[in-house]
Ligand binder design. Structure first.
Ligand code: MN3
Length: 240
């Protein structure tokens, strides 16, 4: 009897090892994590304090933007997918089929994801693009200044509410564009498609307290607080 249970243990341990080895061997097909992954059970924390972007983006705006606007998108998104077939889907899978979803999923899902990217794109003044990203920017736009002008124009000329994006296309090329409302380049309905690398929120709630109607001043101020380490990391990941 005792020997039988030892044999059984050896058998179970070897099965566990095989499963472990197979899991590692098939790693390239792993699901995305982070903003593109499954929606977390808790509203994700802001990666820095409300005053971290002062004086370019003020603390009061950050507090309302994160704790009221972003939180509401998160909560409404969670409620919109709860109990449905997409509850456990990754955000990137939901977005690639967003044309088949309700406006509640599209608007709140976009609002949840876009702000996550935006917060992570900010908060590290004094950083600069990696050599890899810098080379890609120069070959696509001619120079960093030209890129900055193109991106700023996309932000300034987006009519009404929306976002400006630097993204990587399916051909692994950099591109700049903008989307209305809470749409983004991962969505199948978006005319600009790819993997977001840098995002800028141009809804009035992002700047009105400090800049009122002067969106252009807010767009110029934004460049002072970009976290280029994170933007470079996202670029590297997107061109893999
Ligand atoms: Mn916003």
């Amino acid at each position: 009897m005792k020997q039988k249970s030892i044999l059984k243990s050896i058998f179970l341990v070897s099965i566990a090892f095989t499963t472990f080895a197979v899991a590692f061997a098939s790693e390239p097909q792993k699901s995305p994590t982070g903003p593109e992954g499954i929606v977390p059970a808790e509203f994700p924390a802001l990666p820095y304090g409300y005053d971290a972007l002062e004086p370019y983006i003020d603390a009061r705006t950050m507090e309302i933007h994160y704790d009221k606007h972003h939180r509401a998108y998160y909560t409404n998104f969670v409620n919109a997918i709860k109990g449905t077939a997409i509850e456990k889907s990754t955000v990137s899978d939901i977005f690639s089929g967003i044309s088949k979803q309700s406006d509640a999923v599209r608007n709140n899902g976009g609002g949840y994801y876009n702000h996550l990217i935006f917060w992570q794109n900010l908060g590290k003044p004094g950083t600069s693009p990696s050599k890899e990203l810098s080379d890609a920017i120069n070959s696509t736009f001619g120079s960093f200044e030209k890129f900055r002008e193109t991106f700023s124009n996309a932000a300034k000329t987006r009519f009404g509410s929306g976002w400006a994006w630097l993204y990587v296309t399916s051909e692994k090329k950099l591109a700049v564009g903008s989307t209305p409302n809470q749409d983004n380049p991962l969505m199948d309905i978006s005319p600009v498609k790819g993997t977001p690398v840098l995002a800028l929120d141009v809804w009035e709630h992002a700047y009105y307290l400090k800049y009122q109607n002067k969106r252009a001043d807010y767009v110029e101020a934004f460049w002072n607080v970009v976290n280029w380490d994170e933007v470079s990391r996202r670029y590297k990941e997107a061109v893999k």
